[in-house]
Every structure is written in C-alpha cells, then in structure tokens.
Design a protein around this ligand. Structure first.
Ligand code: HMG
Ligand code: MG
Length: 303
C-alpha cells in the first residue's frame, strides 16, 4: 500500500469528553497547540453540545478562541443541533460535524432523539452551513454493534450514511463506538457503505475496547479508505455508550501507516511527546499512551 492517509485527530474532543475530572481550558488549548505542531492536518477541537450532557466540554467557546490556529490545519467541532452550530460559529469555527447513529437505542441515549428525528434536526444546520461555506462531517455511531440494541444490521448503517451524504455531509465517519468490531465485519460494513457513498467521502473511527482497532483499520485501508480517526494517547469514549473505551491511539496508527509505507505528514516523535504530556496532565504517567501500554518514543527505540 502507498499514498497519503489523513488522520483526523479526535483527542481534544472524543479523548477528553469522557474524562471525569474537569480539565482546565488552558490545558485543552495547550494540547491542541501541541498537536498542531506535529504535522496533523485535522484536529477535532471540541464539542458545542449541551454542557449539562457533557460538562467536560462546557468551555468549548473559550477553548476554541484560545487555540493558535496553524495555517493548513483544520479544526472541526461537534454540533448536535442549530444551537450548537450557532455557538460554534460565534466562537469562530469554520468546520463542524453532526452525529447520529445506526442504532435507535443508542441515539436516544446519546442525543435524546430517534435517528430520523436527528436527521431532521441536522437539515437546518446543513442548510445554514451551506450558506456559510462551512464544511460538515457526519458521524454514524454504533456501525458494528450497540451497547443497548446488540447487533446492528449493515443495511441500517448504509441507510444512515447515505442519508447524511445526500443531505450534504462532505465526509461520513463510520464509528465503532464501543469497539466490538473485528476485521472481517469492519471490511464488509465498509464495502456495503462504499457501494452507496464514494469511498473518498468515508472515514473510519474505531474504539479499541477489545484490541481490534488497528486490525480493523488495516482491513479498511485494504478496502480503500484513506481517512482514519484516532486520538492521541488512546484516550476517549462516549459517556452515553456503556462500555465504550479509548479510541485507537494516533501514535499507533501513524506507526502502522509508516510501516506500511504510507504517508501521514505527522512527525511521530512529536506526537508521542504530545501523548506523554497528556498522560502526565491526566495523571497517568509512564508511557506515551494514556489508556493502554504505549508505543515508546522513537528516539528511545533507536538507543
Ligand atoms: P435535550 O435535553 O433533548 O435538549 O438534549 P433540548 O433541546 O431539550 O435542550 C435542553 C437544554 O439544553 C436547554 O437548556 C437547551 O438550551 C440546552 P435549559 O433550557 O434546560 O437551560 N442545549 C444546549 N446548550 C448548549 N449547546 C447546545 C445545546 N442544545 C441544547 N448545543 C442534546 C439534546 C442533543 C442537546 C443533548 O442530548 C446533547 O448535548 N448530547 C450530546 C451527547 C454527546 O456529546 N455525546 C458524545 C459525542 S458523540 C460520540 O462520542 C460518538 C463519536 O465519537 C463517534 C463514535 O465513536 O461512534 C462521534
Ligand atoms: Mg468516538
């Protein structure tokens, strides 16, 4: 395999949203600024959701205003509704992501809406974004299983992904929210979605609950996907998905992609250092990865 893979770094949003102890806005800003210096081209900065639902990200406007935006780096933010979109725009965001699921049960718990209801909620957001020239990403959660419903039919994933794309989402990220997928299942799901939505408009988003994330990503790369979501330090999880654990670690994804001869534009050593800094911040020192045993510093490895 060769070519460019775009990493969408979701650590500042997905990584931090599940942290119980409130992290200071200044530290969130410092994290994003560190990540901006690693060569990452897309960093999901925060989330303009209800502060009652996700208190950790109640400081979204302050964080977004405080970061030093680097030329060539995109800083999308999550918005669940028109109110979130208005807050995001007021804070200066010029790229957003809406999010729904392939499972009705999870969607109700996560955003208090059924799937069709959530899509209807996004319609005015997408119309406004189009008028504003704002690119919108659409997330589909629970694509390989749901903590409440169990099995999720692939046809449901395809339907929701195709709807989001038809509504104007430029990119659709397929999320294994609780990390239950395995490579063959991930490949089959992606293939089915790609029959309806161009592969170039698809991204994959794996949580690593059962250690399958890298294997799943490899299967999806073989299938043709070239956009991969990951979180520095393997942080993350959704507070409304029982059993969700960390995202696949960005450090591991970059390491694997480099090994495959693929280009990410990311300086692995700088990313590892950012992960270590975050681990210390979260009080989980030792190793670059926050959640799991970590990739070591590349300089150390050559010593
Ligand atoms: P609701 O309670 O049904 O909302 O929540 P509502 O419209 O009835 O409003 C209730 C209150 O929230 C009102 O305030 C609103 O003003 C306020 P009150 O009158 O009670 O004082 N409110 C807001 N405030 C600020 N910003 C907003 C906003 N909207 C309403 N945008 C809602 C519905 C969608 C708001 C809520 O359920 C919510 O915020 N959910 C977010 C949950 C979340 O963030 N989950 C994690 C992200 S998704 C994820 O992690 C998965 C992903 O990583 C992919 C994967 O892994 O699969 C993306
Ligand atoms: Mg996630």
């Amino acid at each position: 395999m060769s070519g460019l893979v775009r990493i969408v770094e979701v650590g500042p949003r997905d990584g931090l949203q599940n942290e119980k102890t409130i992290i200071a806005a200044a530290d969130k800003i410092a994290l994003i600024d560190r990540l901006s210096a690693t060569g990452l081209s897309c960093i999901e900065a925060t989330s303009f959701v209800s502060p009652k639902w996700v208190p950790q990200l109640a400081d979204a406007a302050e964080v977004f205003a405080g970061i030093t935006r680097r030329a060539g780096v995109r800083y999308p933010v999550l918005v669940p509704n028109e109110q979130g979109y208005a807050r995001a725009r007021a804070a200066g965001a010029d790229e957003v992501a809406v999010f729904t699921a392939a499972s009705e049960a999870f969607n109700r718990r996560n955003i208090n809406a059924g799937i069709d209801e959530s899509l209807a909620r996004f319609a005015p957001v997408l119309a406004q974004a189009r008028a504003d020239g704002v690119a919108v990403r659409g997330y589909v959660s629970t694509v390989l299983g749901c903590p409440y419903q169990g099995e999720v039919p692939v046809a449901d994933v395809v339907r929701v992904a195709a709807r989001l794309h038809a509504m104007g989402c430029a990119e659709i990220s397929l999320g294994d929210t609780i990390g239950v997928g395995t490579p063959a299942k991930a490949r089959a799901m992606l293939r089915a979605v790609a029959a309806e939505v161009p592969m170039a408009a698809l991204a994959v988003h794996f949580h690593d609950t059962r250690g399958q994330a890298l294997a799943n990503i490899l299967a999806c790369l073989e299938e043709g996907v070239r956009v991969v979501d990951s979180a520095v330090g393997g942080t993350g999880g959704c507070p409304y998905a029982r059993g969700a654990s960390g995202n696949v670690a960005s450090e591991d994804v970059v390491y694997m992609l480099e090994g495959l001869g693929m280009d990410t534009g990311v300086d692995l050593e700088a990313l590892v250092q950012a992960g270590r800094w975050l681990a210390t911040l979260l009080g989980r020192a030792n190793g670059s990865k926050v959640g799991l045993a970590g990739v070591r510093s590349t300089t150390e490895e050559t010593q």
